[in-house]
Write a protein that binds this ligand. Structure first.
Ligand SMILES: [Zn+2]
Length: 107
């Protein structure tokens, strides 16, 4: 459910640190130290800690909330790193299934 709210607007939105901490607490995952990346929904959504460690970017196969992706209107380094194989088929991916959430792995 929480994952869904991350994409409520239809596109990834950068998350505040305290929001991600709350998410991690809800999932009973330690946020001390802050993880560099948090894989959600069976890896279809990745939270990436910003360089300044002041926020988390939200990366999916369809988009990323980081400034580079917004500026270039295209795949950024996060998408290339986490979803390299989906670059060409991302327009044909199905939508988010209702209520179907896989196991959560924190890398
Ligand atoms: Zn990015």
């Amino acid at each position: 459910m929480v994952e869904k709210t991350l994409l409520a607007s239809g596109s990834p939105i950068t998350q505040r640190i305290d929001a991600v901490k709350a998410l991690l607490a809800w999932k009973q995952v330690s946020s001390d130290p802050l993880p560099q990346e948090v894989s959600l929904d069976s890896g279809r959504l990745v939270l990436v800690l910003s360089k300044k460690k002041d926020c988390y970017y939200v990366t999916t196969a369809n988009g990323c909330s980081c400034p580079a992706a917004t500026y270039h209107h295209g795949p950024c380094k996060h998408q290339k790193k986490y979803f390299p194989q989906e670059e060409n088929i991302r327009d044909s991916l199905p939508g988010w299934p209702n209520g179907l959430h896989g196991p959560v792995e924190v890398i």
